[in-house]
Design a protein around this ligand. Structure first.
Ligand SMILES: [Fe+2]
Ligand SMILES: [Fe+2]
Length: 135
């Protein structure tokens, strides 16, 4: 089962951003499966991948914002930094445990964050970059 199925409305129409959003969502879906199966090794591995993917993705968006002088850079980066700190903390806890589990709250809050962040930041960034000719 996919806890967070990809929806075409999630697209911001900038190929690298869409690809990274899809990747992050796919990892979250895999994490859900691993958590259902209590596959502890897989949970740890996927959680590390999730952190890496998110960091790369935020770096990509921030680099593009800087390159094209997006005035929303600071407020947008603030949301990235906040959520990154939160997931790094969760990851630290997971890596320390022998039998890590992931609560439903993790998936709910990621979905909420993702949709909210899309709506208030990433769609706007996508439209801004489109105007600058980025594909
Ligand atoms: Fe963003
Ligand atoms: Fe994003």
């Amino acid at each position: 089962m996919k806890i967070l199925p990809w929806h075409k409305d999630y697209s911001v129409n900038i190929s690298i951003i869409d690809k990274q959003h899809k990747n992050a969502n796919a990892i979250v879906n895999d994490l859900f499966d691993a958590a259902q199966k209590k596959n502890y090794k897989e949970i740890k591995k996927l959680m590390k991948e999730f952190i890496k993917e998110l960091q790369e993705h935020f770096d990509t968006e921030e680099k593009l914002m800087k390159e094209y002088n997006d005035l929303n850079f600071f407020s947008h980066k603030l949301e990235h930094d906040r959520v990154m700190r939160k997931y790094e903390k969760i990851n630290d806890q997971i890596q320390k445990k022998k039998y890590p589990n992931i609560t439903p709250e993790f998936f709910e809050s990621f979905e909420r964050w993702f949709k909210n962040h899309l709506l208030f930041k990433d769609y706007k960034l996508g439209a801004f970059l489109k105007k600058k000719g980025v594909k």
